[in-house]
Design a protein around this ligand. Structure first.
Ligand code: ADP
Length: 489
């Protein structure tokens, strides 16, 4: 038994396959970014474990697919109940594992995890309509049929939250699941496995394979028994997965990176705009949809910078378990060094550091100072590549056209944030921005009924509401000639 006590909570470091814990010959260290201590040893899965999990999910599929929707929904609500009962445990384990704020986990993230299950349970029972219509005496009936085994590969920046965006709709739809959490944040997926047992989910319906993408990735994504692959992570990894999935033409849903613009016009409410701009440092900048490129119109640019600097300087950086902390550590030393690489190259390229510009070494763990760059050269790396750390840039613009050109000037298109006091301008400019999600005079308002995903290299497909259901199902139209019944129905 590979059991660990993490922040007072018992967590298994093993896989969860076919209703039992499975070990691997090899293990790896799970390191907390708060202080770089090893908090658990995790089974390092390989091809064998990946294939065992797919086999277990395949075996469980017919039973789960045939389970009446109301019963599937009841089990998902039961999972949600247990998540709610364990918010504090899940929160402290996640914070220890990936360094994100305990405050956010307690108040927002873990309750949302429960909501993810409730939403898709209710969607299945109440909102999934089956359209029927006639074509010249023929009856069309559209049905959503679970596709089979869904492989879900998730990142470390919001581990349980992003995993359950996929797990909940996949299970609700009647798919069975193999979840591969990120190797930098493996723990809450393991706790979720415990919760599914207690909730009464049949063996094999939900499986967890731990390990490194390079060890298990191809075995999971190139397997002919996998019907769907949903992945959240980086563009290079998505390319590898797409290549591997191509062998079986397995449909993929990708939610990838971003370099989203945060556009502020002269007529905006400046206090609101500044408050939300500083929020782009949330989760130490490890948020795919963050508006990291501040684009501010000439008339308010200098005032915006002054207020931004004042507000950003008051952020408290430190231990994420302290509820007063605003910015915690970054997830790993490797990632911290990657962030610093971007920053140092930007400085070498001539960008001007307005605030920050290096790690916060006095704090001990993996902390990076909130950083703002000005005067970066157009087209330079810091303006075009995703850093995924607390690093923003600011640029000025004069006209709407210029703002739109700058906003759309990357290969990404995940989100956009727009601040203006003029509704006509919001509509005009908003219509031209390339983004899967556009926030106007607000940020981070999320409703699971809305589609979420990215344009261009930010993704393929959408998650949320009916988009998730469509993805995990084989949507079928049955067209019946009503005049050909020999026995009257
Ligand atoms: P990042 O750490 O930049 O988010 P990744 O996209 O590599 O990067 O990580 C997201 C998830 O993808 C993790 O769970 C990781 O283990 C997984 N992963 C990495 N490489 C592969 C691969 N070749 N195939 C499948 N999954 C992978």
């Amino acid at each position: 038994m590979n059991q660990h006590t993490v922040a007072g909570v018992e967590v298994s470091g093993d896989h969860w396959i076919g209703g039992r814990r499975v070990a691997s010959a090899e293990q790896f260290d799970d390191v907390s970014p708060i202080d770089e201590t090893v908090v658990a040893r995790i089974a390092r899965g390989g091809v064998e474990e990946a294939h065992a999990a797919i086999a277990a999910a395949k075996a469980a599929f017919p039973g789960w697919a045939a389970t009446p929707p109301a019963e599937r929904a009841r089990l998902l609500h039961r999972i949600a109940d247990l998540v709610e009962q364990r918010v504090e445990q899940l929160a402290i384990v996640e914070t220890t594992d990936n360094g994100a704020l305990l405050r956010s986990h307690l108040r927002g993230v873990m309750p949302r995890v429960a909501h993810n299950f409730r939403f898709f349970a209710d969607y299945l029972v109440h909102d999934l309509h089956h359209p029927e219509f006639d074509t010249r005496g023929h009856r069309n009936q559209v049905s959503w049929n679970p596709s089979g085994v869904a492989v879900l590969i998730t990142p470390w920046n919001a581990p349980l939250m992003l995993a359950t965006w996929k797990v909940a709709p996949a299970l609700a739809a009647g798919c069975t699941v193999v979840l591969k959490p990120a190797e930098w944040s493996p723990l809450t997926a393991s706790l979720l496995a415990d919760i599914t047992v207690e909730a009464g989910l049949p063996d094999g319906v939900f499986n967890v394979v731990q390990g490194f993408g390079e060890d298990v990735g191809d075995a999971l994504t190139g397997h002919p028994d996998v019907s769907r692959i949903s992945f959240t992570g980086s563009v290079p990894t998505a390319r590898l997965i797409a290549r591997s999935a191509a062998a079986n033409l397995t449909p993929c849903s990708f939610e990838l990176g971003g370099k989203s613009p945060f556009v502020v016009f002269d007529d905006a409410d400046l206090d609101e705009a500044v408050a939300h701009a500083v929020e782009q440092y949330d989760n130490a900048g490890q948020v795919c949809l963050a508006g990291v490129r501040l684009l501010v119109q000439d008339g308010v640019h200098d005032e915006f910078v002054a207020r931004f600097v004042e507000r950003a300087s008051s952020l408290r950086q430190g231990d994420p378990r302290d509820l007063a902390t605003d910015i915690g550590p970054n997830v790993s030393r490797e990632h911290l060094e990657r962030i610093d690489g971007f920053v140092q190259r930007a400085i070498a390229d001539g960008a001007r550091v307005v605030i920050g510009g290096g790690p916060h070494t006095e704090l001990g763990g993996l902390y990076y100072r909130p950083t703002l760059f000005a005067d970066a050269a157009p087209g330079s790396e810091i303006l075009t590549e995703e850093v995924f750390g607390p690093v923003l840039t600011i640029q000025r613009f004069a006209t709407e056209d210029e703002a739109v050109t700058m906003a759309n000037g990357t290969e990404f298109g995940l989100a956009g944030v727009l601040f203006t006091g003029d509704p006509d301008r919001a509509e005009r400019v908003g219509a031209q921005l390339v983004a899967g999600t556009l926030w106007v005079n607000c940020f981070f308002v999320r409703d699971l009924r809305a589609p979420f995903g990215g344009a261009r290299h930010s993704g393929v497909g959408r998650e949320g509401g009916t988009w998730s259901f469509d993805f995990y199902c084989d949507v079928k139209n049955t067209c019946t000639n009503q005049q050909r019944w020999t026995i009257q129905p």
